[in-house]
Write a new protein. Structure first.
Length: 360
């Protein structure tokens, strides 16, 4: 375990926002990670795990505790009998501090399929099951073989199967409880050189294939990266549209009754001919948060070019720091957008990032 240099959380998050931590330590190995979080939990000292910082909003006041930076980066490939298939399948296991997109790129370079639609997502591999990260029709829960989880209070480390992680839309039991620390992750792959079935309409159109088709893994990755770059969703230090925490709000899921109410509100506000984008979802129907935001009057670049924080000029779901913003200003913008959508359409947007020492 080594000291982590700067204590400013703004240097550790993709938003480039947040005050100082009391102390910072870097866990470069699995053993260092486990030992440190167990020690801190046993002592009862406040601690915060930080990987890529792509899903964190940290107060301007910082964090009065120890930041543990996750840096145990490694990968290992193997194969075994898949429980749902009558065949041996390859898999990859990675330390939680492995950069996620580096892992995806490595699998694609090896001609292994399964993770390519999750290309370009920032952050570390260990965070992906916590959030049940997903994009372009694929979720981590679809491919996860297992996660090595540390219970810091009990000082126990064990491999956990996917069905024990309580996966839901952008969530898991790890996120809801906040008690487990992921030390390593393992994903099933395919070895025929083809992608997972392309189910997302926009991606299928970009690739020029029917939904459900499979394409070479490299082609799928290239298309996903191109789509994400066009939305400011691939990190670029020179592009302030990427100084964000990605999609700030999750796409809301409503019941049948809730959908009828939203549709009626939209018709009253925007006219009877307005079509609300909807998607099937567990427990109801998923709405597009980006569509709701834009049609509530919050367009790309809101509230204007001079604002220190504003909606991305490429994608209304991203709240961005233009280089001289503060967390307080970002949260004010988030409240403005959230409350405006609620007033106009009766839908309550929920933030996706983890809020540290601050609240909406």
């Amino acid at each position: 375990m080594t000291a982590g240099g700067s204590r400013e959380l703004s240097s550790m998050t993709t938003l480039r926002l947040g005050g100082a931590a009391r102390s910072v330590e870097v866990a470069a190995t699995d053993t260092e990670l486990v030992d440190k979080v167990v020690d801190l939990a046993q002592v009862g000292d406040p601690w915060l795990l930080v990987g890529g910082g792509s899903n964190l909003v940290v107060s301007d006041d910082g964090f009065d505790g120890t930041v543990v930076r996750v840096a145990n980066a490694w990968t290992r490939y193997d194969s075994e009998h898949h429980p749902l298939h009558r065949e041996h399948r390859p898999y990859v296991t990675a330390g939680s501090g492995t950069v996620w997109d580096d892992l995806v790129a490595e699998t694609v370079e090896r001609g292994l399929g399964g993770l390519e639609c999750l290309s370009g997502i920032p952050g570390m591999a260990g965070a992906t099951p916590v959030q049940n990260v997903g994009a372009y029709g694929v979720e981590v829960a679809d491919m996860l073989r297992g996660a090595e989880v540390v219970d810091p209070l009990r000082a126990v480390t064990s491999w956990t199967r996917p069905h024990d992680l309580g996966f839901g839309y952008r969530t898991s039991s790890l996120k809801r409880s906040g008690e487990g620390v992921v030390a390593a992750v393992s994903f099933w792959l395919t070895d025929d050189g083809l992608s997972a079935p392309i189910t997302y309409r926009e991606l299928a159109t970009t690739l020029g294939v029917e939904r459900g088709a499979r394409v070479p893994v490299a082609a799928a990755r290239a298309a996903v990266l191109a789509l994400r770059r066009a939305k400011g969703m691939v990190l670029d230090a020179a592009d302030h549209d990427t100084w964000s925490a990605g999609s700030f709000f999750t796409n809301p899921v409503v019941t049948d009754a809730g959908l009828s109410e939203v549709t009626a509100r939209v018709a009253a506000e925007l006219g009877d001919q307005t079509v609300v984008p909807t998607y099937p979802a567990e427990g109801g129907t998923k709405l597009s948060a980006g569509w709701l935001i834009e049609n509530a009057g919050y367009g790309k670049g809101y509230p204007g070019a001079e604002a220190p924080v504003r909606l991305s000029t490429k994608h209304t779901l991203a709240l961005t720091n233009r280089g001289h913003g503060t967390t307080a200003e970002l949260l004010d913008l988030a409240r403005d957008v959230r409350d405006g959508v609620a007033r106009r359409f009766g839908v309550q947007l929920v933030p996706e990032p983890i809020l540290v020492n601050c609240a909406l």
